[in-house]
Design a protein around this ligand. Structure first.
Ligand code: SIN
Length: 481
């Protein structure tokens, strides 16, 4: 692999500050050409237990560091990530497929969570509350939750780790990360840099495995692990939640979405086309906040489609390391088959193909636009997670709000319009955790990322993100006067 610092390319698990080479390994492939890029240690239950013991021991040390000291080490890590951005992005592109420029964007986005929470570490404030009688005083302090199990996905192999680990470490917790088996190398490269940043051993542990279910189970069933933070699909999130219920473990779930993208009659159409493109095709459509259902007012329907199709037909797909490529391969064969079936089901039921529609060699589907979509088609209720834009036509505001909310998911939503009264009405009526108004991109460390309904609960990033890793303790003082 063409990277400057070859020591970033690790294939062992990282437990208690040691690189653990296992006899049994699993292969990691480049999704563009199916060339094997690494054989990675395949951890089993006993390794998770070692990681939990290490994290438990490290918690006694790390949680007793001053906030300033934790902040400085987090800041070191942030700076090392930024210094190595090109190598990290290269590793990410090779194992995940997204174009290099987008991978660079992800590394910077991911690093921003470490930078942000290095600062927030120093702002974990308590409260003093007037007592209920003259004799009493009430104080509130916040304490780290303990050991965190972080289970992260393949679509953002770097940023979804830092978004969990940054606030957890800032709060004084220690972590065990279980990265996706498709993209463990980005996680291990982050671990290598954390090692150089000066974290005590055992504060960060990376358990690589092909057997996600077994490791997930050993994290959820161990009473020393106090919280699970999971990003992934809704069905797997439900399993994590059920397994965590036994011990009433704290849980944060960032699950699937079915984002509506609504364009009202008075919208700036060029801006809406560009926002829709960004939101639909980011990471080749493999993002849980990607637009999933596009609703166009009948008065602008044809104009929007014409302009959108011009843009989509010119998208360059290919190898993420090649210049000018905008969309890389999908992650695996199952993802391709699922999306091809969605196209077939929609067209069999009357959808019209405006662009693309076909599978290409390898793990590629042509960037596709389908119109005449209706709610009887599978694509209406499925999370597409691929480069397919599904377009619906609507007549009235009330009709579109009802249909946009007609989903079990509640993560992201978007709309374009100009009338400020309509903007407030629609933003308040949409049953989603996040609303993009006249923008197709809203992910930033400064904002609380998260969903409602079956898209999960808990928030990541922003001033709220650290609360997920803190317990509130109330102290009642008696006999003060
Ligand atoms: C995700 O797809 O899970 C996260 C995307 C983002 O942070 O914007």
């Amino acid at each position: 692999m063409d990277i400057k610092d070859k020591s970033l390319l690790r294939s062992e698990a990282y437990i208690n500050g040691e690189w653990i080479k296992k006899e049994t390994t699993f292969s990691v492939y480049n999704p563009y050409n199916h060339v094997k890029i690494a054989e990675v240690s395949n951890c089993i239950q006993v390794d998770t237990e070692s990681a939990i013991t290490a994290a438990d021991h490290a918690f006694q040390i790390w949680s007793n560091y001053t906030a300033n000291k934790r902040s400085r080490i987090l800041r070191n890590w942030y700076e090392l990530i930024i210094e190595n951005v090109t190598d990290l992005a290269h590793i990410l592109t090779i194992e995940q497929g997204k174009p290099l420029q987008e991978a660079i964007g992800e590394i910077k986005y991911g690093a921003s969570y470490i930078e942000w929470f290095a600062e927030e570490a120093k702002r974990v404030y308590g409260d003093v509350i007037p007592g209920q009688s003259r004799k009493n005083r009430i104080t509130v302090i916040k304490q780290p939750v303990g050991i965190i199990g972080a289970i992260t996905p393949w679509n953002f192999p770097s940023a979804m780790i830092t978004r969990k680990v940054g606030p957890a470490l800032a709060a004084g917790c220690t972590v065990i990360v279980k990265p996706s088996e498709y993209t463990p190398l980005s996680a291990l490269a982050l671990a290598e840099l954390s090692d150089r940043a000066g974290f005590p051993k055992g504060v960060i542990n990376i358990v690589t495995t092909k057997d996600a279910a077994a490791i997930g189970e050993s994290l959820t069933s161990n009473s020393k692990v106090k919280k699970i933070s999971f990003t992934g699909s809704t069905p797997v999130g439900k399993i994590v939640l059920k397994q965590s219920a036994d011990q009433i473990k704290k849980v944060t779930l960032e699950l699937g979405g079915n984002a509506p993208f609504i364009v009202f009659a008075d919208a700036d159409i060029d801006a809406a086309v560009s926002g829709c493109y960004d939101s639909k095709f980011r990471n080749g459509g493999q993002t849980c906040v990607c637009t999933n259902r596009i609703f166009l007012h009948e008065s602008i329907h044809n104009e929007f489609i014409e302009k959108f199709a011009n843009k989509v037909k010119s998208i360059k797909t290919g190898y993420g390391l090649d210049k000018g490529v905008e969309i890389g391969p999908m992650i695996n064969e199952n993802a391709v088959i699922k999306d091809i079936n969605l196209i077939k089901d929609a067209t069999n039921k009357g959808a019209k193909v405006i662009a693309g529609g076909m599978r290409k060699k390898g793990l590629f589907i042509e960037p596709t636009i389908l119109c005449n979509i209706d709610s009887n088609m599978d694509i209406f209720s499925s999370e597409i997670f691929g480069p397919i834009a599904a377009i619906y036509k609507f007549k009235s505001e009330s009709e579109v709000i009802e249909i946009a909310n007609n989903t079990k998911y509640g993560l992201a939503s978007y709309f374009y319009g100009r009338d400020y009264k309509l903007i407030w009405r629609v933003a308040e009526a949409l049953e989603f955790g996040m609303v993009g108004i006249n923008t197709g991109l809203m992910s930033t460390v400064a904002a609380p990322f998260g969903g409602i309904k079956e898209s999960g609960f808990g928030r990541e990033g922003s001033k709220y993100g650290i609360d997920e890793y803190l317990n509130i303790k109330y102290m009642c003082w008696g006999d003060v006067e």
